[in-house]
Design a protein around this ligand. Structure first.
Ligand SMILES: Cc1cc2nc3c(=O)[nH]c(=O)nc-3n(C[C@H](O)[C@H](O)[C@H](O)COP(=O)(O)OP(=O)(O)OC[C@H]3O[C@@H](n4cnc5c(N)ncnc54)[C@H](O)[C@@H]3O)c2cc1C
Length: 412
């Protein structure tokens, strides 16, 4: 089954890249997934394969030697990868995000002529790192405070100095910690009265003095992301480390909210994998399993029909997001986005749970992928800025209030 449902409306590039992801996923990522999950280690081999296949430069604009994939193409490729190894797809999203923010999103933002010129010069440096040297970037934004939910300025501070910045702060859940070549860190420019508008997005070299990775990594799921804590202590980075001009991330986050939904394609892939496994299992086609068919029981047929319905609902919302993504979406598009992101994250976990119930006890053994899909899928709706709770929070408020509306004070 194709991750996009029908291939009829796909562009030639979309068909080709999704097929590439499917082959790579089936032949390389899937066979290694259990080991990385068990060891909670980073899938370096998968990254080498993705590098060789050109997937690290998927969203680098063509003018800079990349594949120039747009939002819709990227999310379908990411979902196909997630079908075979959720942890690899999730950390891959962190890498590709650095090229989406600085690439097709930055192209749509308002910048002065000077900002545009400096952005072109800086991104040339980073795209060369990826295209020519196969470097990997990550996206450690979360700090454990209110910033990652978009409610406060970043606590990581960047002091402007001659020729660059000195950065100090702490990032939690930093996927690719110890594996990325550059950490794409969000900070606040340190100046009196700084607000969220003073955001700064910097690529900090992993080897820079003052960078360290600390803490354990032994989580429930998504274990191959190795999302340990990143510490930055008086780290100097040059001006060319700017992945966007000062303040531009704030504008980007407001005007291109679909970027935050790039976390959900991984979970679309997991939802598909849970369904794929269930069909295979009920047909007694899982390699290494005894040939006991279960498909003749009506309860199994009803359960798998329920799963298919939920899967197709999820896919429809996923594809709707892919189509809707654009700068300055209107209010309805934003609300559809929250609803779709919420549904994909929650449905992935619901489908994995249904898959285990339907296939039965033997299916949850560690020798099979289903229990990993179940654990990995649980992580989706915890991810900031759009956890399931925060999606509901935004949606509820925006359903009932128009911009700027306030309630009159209620008499005690
Ligand atoms: C496998 C995995 C990989 C990750 N990788 C990365 C990464 O590479 N980069 C990165 O930046 N982050 C990453 N994250 C972090 C993730 O986005 C969260 O920041 C992280 O899970 C920390 O969550 P928390 O429970 O500390 O959040 P908290 O801020 O403590 O929030 C707890 C819950 O409270 C609710 N909440 C929070 N703020 C508000 C509010 N203002 N109003 C109402 N409700 C609120 C939310 O529902 C949230 O789930 C990753 C997480 C996981 C699980």
């Amino acid at each position: 089954m194709h991750i996009a449902g029908s291939t009829a409306s796909l562009t030639p590039q979309q068909r080709e890249l999704i097929e590439l992801a499917a082959t790579l996923g089936r032949d390389k990522l899937a066979p290694r997934a259990a080991r990385y999950d068990c060891e909670a280690t980073f899938p370096f081999e998968n990254y080498e394969d993705m590098r060789q296949a050109g997937l690290l430069k998927i969203c680098v604009p063509k003018a800079y030697g990349g594949l120039g994939a747009d939002f819709a193409t990227y999310v379908m490729v990411a979902a196909e990868l997630g079908r075979h190894c959720g942890a690899t797809a999730l950390s891959y999203n962190m890498h590709v995000s650095s090229t989406m923010w600085s690439g097709f999103i930055a192209d749509t933002l308002d910048m002065t002529t000077e900002q545009r010129a400096s952005h072109e010069a800086n991104r040339r440096v980073h795209y060369r790192n990826i295209v020519e040297d196969g470097k990997v970037y990550s996206q450690p934004f979360s700090e454990g405070g209110a910033a990652a939910a978009g409610k406060a300025p970043w606590g990581t501070l960047a002091v402007k100095v001659d020729g660059g910045y000195v950065v100090t702060g702490k990032k939690i859940f930093a996927s690719l910690a110890g594996a990325a070549d550059f950490y794409g860190v969000l900070c606040t420019v340190d100046k009196p009265g700084a607000t969220q508008r003073d955001s700064l997005y910097l690529a900090v070299p992993a080897e820079a003095e003052g960078v360290s990775v600390v803490g354990d990594w032994d989580p429930l799921g998504m274990r191959g992301t190795v999302s340990r804590t990143l510490l930055l202590k008086d780290v100097f980075v040059p001006d060319s480390a700017r992945l966007m001009p000062e303040g531009l991330y704030f504008q980007a986050a407001l005007r291109y909210p679909h970027m935050f939904a790039t976390l959900s394609p991984t979970y679309m892939g997991i939802a598909q994998a849970a369904y794929d496994f269930t069909v295979q299992y009920l047909r007694a086609e899982v390699p290494g399993m005894p040939p006991v068919k279960r498909r003749m029981y009506p309860t199994k047929q009803i359960a798998v029909a329920d799963m298919r319905i939920k899967l197709e609902q999820t896919r429809a919302l996923f594809l709707q997001n892919a189509r809707d993504a654009q700068v300055d979406p209107d209010k309805d598009a934003r609300m559809r986005l929250y609803a779709a992101h919420y549904s994909i994250m929650e449905n992935a976990n619901a489908l994995a749970a249904l898959a285990i119930r339907t296939c039965g006890g033997q299916s949850m053994l560690k020798s099979l992928p289903l229990e990993r899909l179940y654990r990995d899928s649980r992580c989706g709706s915890l991810m900031l800025p759009w956890t399931a709770e925060l999606c509901v929070d935004r949606l509820g408020r925006e359903c009932l209030y128009e911009s700027g509306e306030r309630d009159e004070a209620i008499e005690p």
